[in-house]
Design a protein around this ligand. Sequence first.
Ligand code: FE2
Ligand code: FE2
Length: 171
Amino acid sequence: MISKHLNDELNQQITYEFYSSHLYLAMSSKLASIDFVGAATWMRTQADEERVHALKIVDYIIETGGAVVITGFEDPTVKDDNILGIFEQSLEHEKFVTGRINLLMDIATEEKNYSAVNFLNWFVDEQVEEETTFDSIIRSLKLIGNSGTGLYQIDKELGSRVSVGATNTQA
Ligand SMILES: [Fe+2]
Ligand SMILES: [Fe+2]
């Protein structure tokens, strides 16, 4: 059984994960519209992953006898129309999500809910991995600058990311 406090914050996290998925789908579409087809595929896969994160939390709440509440959220806004700006915004967003995971971990730890701590550890690791990945793409994009060959190459590399689900129709 999970506490009402943790249950409420986990429900909030479901919303943030679905919001992340929407944001990355919007970014994927923007990337496709500026002809970065590979980066668009990469970001679509990321959107799929965020949906999986949301569903992981849904399942955990159900398993622990809590109450799942699915809510809406604001429209996602892609602030930039260039590839570097888009990846920078996504890293900023991931940092925000890491803060949210840390908050959930604080609650679980304070409540001595070790099952929740164990569950949330997966998300702690995932956030490290995602921040590192976004950061390394940003570093590469900065090195490449306006080099057409470099941009072509990185777009091709990003396009080789393997899809996690059946919803990635561009893979
Ligand atoms: Fe996530
Ligand atoms: Fe994420």
